[in-house]
Design a protein around this ligand. Structure first.
Ligand code: MG
Length: 458
């Protein structure tokens, strides 16, 4: 059996040509348009939506279909073409649109694509709104308009320019430029290459870019993990660069490679960005239950506090807006700074980390050595929602002594570490994240989970 089309709070994600087709995409556009029309404050109000896409070859087809769907219910569309996910979020607010659509499957392999929705505040719909949109999609009772009231399509090519201005406003451009950093950038032939190269050259960096063609033909697994970024590490070493940056295809996630060519692991991206922010001021940060304790240590040192949310960018972004957080994000390399926008943004991560290097005069490896490290293992295995539930139930018995948090899946807190088990929102897999003071403790927890899996799934 083929995989199911997934419709979650992150939007729609499926396999192109199998379960994600132009007619599905058009209906999803109509469903989103119907939802937006429902929230209209007056009958006269003309609604508009920004639509952008990452570089996947199927993106053009899905973008056209979603655009047709939106127009057919009377929504105007502003076509941003190939742009990053944070870029779309910025343009939604910049242009005063009612919503945004990003055609992307983020870090998922090439056969996937997806449709991510944003509301007028630049963040994804919260669960109750996401459920309404899902219902509109299945009900298919769309408020089609007549020919005169059909939505109109215009193009806007300003996304990169506006994005760069907003990101560079939160750092000292001249101070970074004076350092003439040597940077290697791997954009995996996604949407991030063009805008990121432009930004880096504006702040005086000598950029060696690899996989910077927005062809959507991913040069390696598009998830920015150490395994995927071996060539980037190699180039950083070969060029004697100060730092390497790896992006996912829609450029909301960032992985960092130190000056020795060592991939730090995505958890360090938020930790380093938070180190800079908390060196300047104190306040609240927000992150999800699966993210490293490093940010708690960094915030605590500055007298700050960390709010923990369910996994899903929208949950973190909503908590940040509600609590006026000074930094936030996720352990997958997603950094959010509300001064730029309420969405994970690899450009924000890059700018904050370079600023940290400038102000401390330290190398990335020195900065990392000053952050109390933990040992983390992220694992996943195939499991549908009901199998995932059975595994969690069994784990609750095995780890009966742990402190338990069931906000999202189940997080088990032990004296010497923590373990988070949850079913993914976007793939039929169970995610297992464990963090402990050292590798052998972390391994022990992972092995226990794999043992439970073996018993449940055979
Ligand atoms: Mg992404």
């Amino acid at each position: 059996m083929t995989e199911q089309l997934i419709i979650s709070i992150s939007g729609m994600r499926g396999i192109v040509g199998e379960n994600l087709t132009d007619s599905i995409a058009a209906d999803y556009g109509r469903a989103f348009g119907t939802f937006l029309k429902d929230g209209k404050t007056s009958a006269m109000e003309k609604l508009s939506v920004c639509v952008g896409r990452d570089s996947r070859p199927s993106g053009q087809m899905l973008k056209s279909a979603v655009t047709d769907g939106l127009c057919s219910v009377g929504i105007d569309v502003i076509d941003l073409e190939v742009v990053t996910t944070p870029g779309v979020s910025i343009m939604v607010r910049e242009l005063g649109c009612s919503g945004g659509v990003v055609i992307t499957a983020s870090h998922n392999p090439a056969q996937y694509n997806g449709i991510k929705l944003l509301l007028g505040n630049g963040i994804a719909p919260l669960p109750d709104s996401a459920e309404k949109i899902r219902q509109y999609f299945f009900d298919k009772r769309f408020p089609f308009v007549d020919a005169v009231n059909y939505g109109r399509v215009t193009c806007n090519e300003q996304t990169d320019t506006i994005h760069i201005v907003k990101v560079l406003a939160i750092v000292d451009k001249e101070a970074i430029a004076a350092k003439k950093f040597s940077v290697v950038l791997d954009s995996v032939n996604g949407a991030g290459g063009r805008v990121t190269k432009k930004m880096l050259s504006k702040i005086g960096c000598a950029v060696s870019a690899m996989n910077d063609e927005p062809s959507g033909l991913f040069a390696h697994n598009p998830e920015p993990t150490a395994e995927s970024l071996k060539d980037l590490c190699e180039k950083v070493r070969a060029y004697g660069a100060d730092i390497g940056f790896g992006q996912d295809p829609d450029a909301d996630r960032l992985a960092i490679v130190d000056e020795n060519g060592k991939c730090l692991g995505e958890e360090y991206t938020l930790a380093l960005a938070a180190t800079y922010i908390f060196s300047k001021k104190t306040g609240k940060a927000a992150t999800n239950l699966s993210t490293s304790r490093m940010i708690d240590d960094i915030a605590a040192k500055a007298g700050g506090k960390v709010i923990r949310t369910a996994v899903g960018e929208v949950n973190v972004a909503a908590a940040m807006l509600e609590n006026d957080c000074i930094i936030g994000g996720e352990g997958n390399g997603g950094v959010i700074d509300l001064r730029v926008g309420p969405v994970r943004d690899s450009l924000v991560g890059i700018a904050l980390v370079l600023q940290l290097m400038v102000e401390t005069g330290k190398t990335i490896s020195q900065l990392v050595s000053e952050i109390a490290g933990y040992y983390m293992i992220k694992d996943k295995f195939a499991a549908d929602k009901s199998q995932a539930e059975r595994i969690i139930d069994s784990a609750k018995k095995v780890f009966a002594d742990a402190e338990i948090n069931t906000t999202d899946g189940c997080r088990f807190d032990f004296k010497d570490g923590w373990l988070h088990l949850r079913a993914s929102n976007t793939e039929p897999v169970m995610r297992v994240i464990v963090e402990a003071k050292n590798q052998s403790i972390a391994r022990r927890y992972i092995d226990a989970v794999l043992g439970i899996r073996g018993q449940i799934l055979g």
